[in-house]
Structure formats: C-alpha cells, structure tokens
Design a protein around this ligand. Sequence first.
Ligand SMILES: [Zn+2]
Length: 254
Amino acid sequence: MTSNHLGRKANPIGFAESSRDFLSYLDGFMTALVDRDLDSLIAEAGGPDCVAAIAVDLVGGFCHAGPLASDRVGAIVAPVGSAFSHAYARGVRHFAILRDAHDPGAPEFDAFPPHCIAGSDESQLVPELAGQPWVHAALDVPKNSLSAWVDDGPFRPWVTDIVARGVTTIIVAGDCTDLCVFHTAMGIRLWANATNRTVRIIVPANLVDTYHLPVDVAGTVGAMPHDGDLMHATFLYHLRLNGIEVIRSITLPE
Ligand SMILES: [Zn+2]
C-alpha cells in the first residue's frame, strides 16, 4: 500500500478532489471500450454451440412500470432483443432469461420497495421481446434475490451443464449494471475461477444499464440516491477488474 492510500483512508471525504485522477481514468476507460462484431465473437468461441447469452431482468417492473422502473433501463430492451435475435439467427441456442419474481414478503423489500411480485406484470419478460425466437429457446429463471446464482433454482445447474458441454463464451446483458448484472456475471466468473474453468464472460456496455435517482429527488422519496452514469461506469470497471470482458457494443451483421 502506498502512503497516498493510507492518507486517503485517514480523510475519506472530498472524493471529487481526492479521486479526481481516478474519475478521469474512468472517463478514459469508458471511451476506450471497443466494439466487437458478433461473427468474430462466435468464431472465437468455437462456433455458435459454444456461445450462451443471458438476459437479466428485462421485466416490466424495471423497464416499464412500478416503483423501480427506469426509462434508461427500458431503452436497452430493443438493442438486447436485436443482439440476441442475431445470435439466434447465427445458430446460438443457449439462452437464459433471469427475472425478478418475488415472494410477497421478500426480505429484499427491506432494501428496495416491493416490486416484481411473482405472477404480476412487473415480473414478466417485457412484451416487446416475448415473440422473439431466442426467447422460446431460453431457460426461464424466476428469482427472489439480486442473484439467481445463489439460490437453488435452475440457473447454476444450467451454467454448469452448458460449460461442461462446451460453452466457452457467455454474454451477459440486461439490468442493472451494478446490481443483478454484476452479481450474475460475477457469480459465473468466481465459479469458473474457483473450479479452474476457462470461460470468457462478455458484458457489452450498450446492452446493460442502471437507474438514476438524483440526490435531491431521493431525499423527497426517502430512498438512497443512485448516480446512474457513475454506478454504470464504476461497475463496468469492477467487472473488468475481475477479468470479465467489457466491450462497448456487439456489432451486428447487416
Ligand atoms: Zn428484486
């Protein structure tokens, strides 16, 4: 540890000043993200059978209506649908749809207002995606926490199985960058690390997002504020820090 680090611990306020260099780095990190084209990603994986794609929480309660719905999150629905449809057209068949579907008394509601109760419209995949072929091929994963990885549902066995059958590349898209996407991607990453499996996990920045709740608005509604752009960038950085590949976008065939 450097003396600078110790100095900051002694005075953990004034981040705008003390973290200026890092925030500038974060700007550079975001602008330096590169596009990758879908065909190259599939080829590098070893073919479409070796690719999986996961859609996280593209449900009504985060994209359209409800206490946690966000326009900026809703805006990723169409790009995710397009990217996954192209992947399906290229022969990719390993898809999973993770969606919040909470018990009415979920402990998570101590932290977040009640949302996405199982069976409600909020807990359903958004209708814009419902007719797309990849959706019909997908494993449906209702979940009662931020991470489907930590429960006894079908997600972890599915990942384990597809990797055992040759999947080398897993694309994670959806929301929120710093919440369910982060925990999903990290769950797979840490499992692969712990078990010495070589798995390439890719998070395209244009296919994930998080909500924005300004400080002044948060104060009026009794919630914790949430800086959408900063959280998005910080957690993309954190994914990259942990060996997850963060790219700007997946370039799709004409
Ligand atoms: Zn939830």
